[in-house]
Write a protein that binds this ligand. Structure first.
Ligand SMILES: CC(C)(COP(=O)(O)OP(=O)(O)OC[C@H]1O[C@@H](n2cnc3c(N)ncnc32)[C@H](O)[C@@H]1OP(=O)(O)O)[C@@H](O)C(=O)NCCC(=O)NCCS
Length: 178
């Protein structure tokens, strides 16, 4: 059942309260691989078409040191994912952030729940002062989400990536803990 199938279902807020956010597990590989291969997910991210399950599995089994990777589950189905990757040495106060929601579940508040968890972990537990990310300049839902959580545009990255036959610019954004 999708979150936006409202008939006879509890209100959105109640359903979001039933969303479970936890650390990603090696056993999530198949579900995660299906999610990141979705066209909407690919459109907003740097994923290539037909990413191999083995590659997804390898990433999960060999996480980068200092990374925190989460999944959001609704009724036991993976409906979103997000992660922060801390830099090292003189940049250890900074981390990059990436995320995405299952194509059938976008615009339902899941991105906000995931972002809230990542920001809380960064601010209150990991002592990460600067969160940074890149986002395609036409990705309105992502821009709305990032601005809502205090990310500001720092620059424009021209011809940042190739997408559907043309180069697309991206914004470089960051959020500095107050
Ligand atoms: C970007 C993404 C993660 C946002 O997650 P989401 O679950 O759809 O976001 P939410 O439902 O929590 O909405 C966040 C905010 O964006 C706004 N928003 C949602 N869809 C929007 C749209 N199409 N246009 C403008 N604003 C939009 C919402 O109103 C909300 O703000 P509000 O709480 O003030 O109302 C999700 O759309 C996604 O995964 N897209 C594909 C992959 C991707 O682009 N990842 C990001 C790479 S940088």
């Amino acid at each position: 059942m999708k979150l936006n199938e409202d008939r006879g279902k509890p209100p959105r807020r109640e359903r979001l309260e039933r969303l479970v956010v936890r650390a990603v597990r090696a056993t999530d590989a198949e579900a995660l691989d299906a999610l990141i291969n979705m066209p909407g997910y690919r459109h907003g991210t740097l994923r290539v078409p037909y990413q191999r399950l083995e590659e997804t599995r390898k990433r999960l089994e060999n996480p980068t040191l200092g990374a925190m990777n989460l999944v959001a589950l609704y009724e036991d189905r993976i409906v979103g994912t997000g992660g922060i990757n801390r830099f090292s040495d003189r940049r250890q106060h900074a981390a990059s952030l990436g995320m995405g929601v299952h194509d059938d579940y976008v615009g339902q508040g899941i991105g906000s729940v995931l972002m809230s968890e990542m920001v809380k972990a960064a601010d209150d537990w990991l002592d990460i002062r600067r969160l940074e990310l890149t986002v395609f300049i036409d990705n309105e839902p992502a821009l709305a989400l990032y601005r809502k959580f205090g990310f500001e545009t720092e620059g424009i990255l021209r011809a940042f990536a190739f997408r559907e036959g043309r180069y697309v610019d991206a914004y470089s954004m960051a959020r500095l803990r107050a």
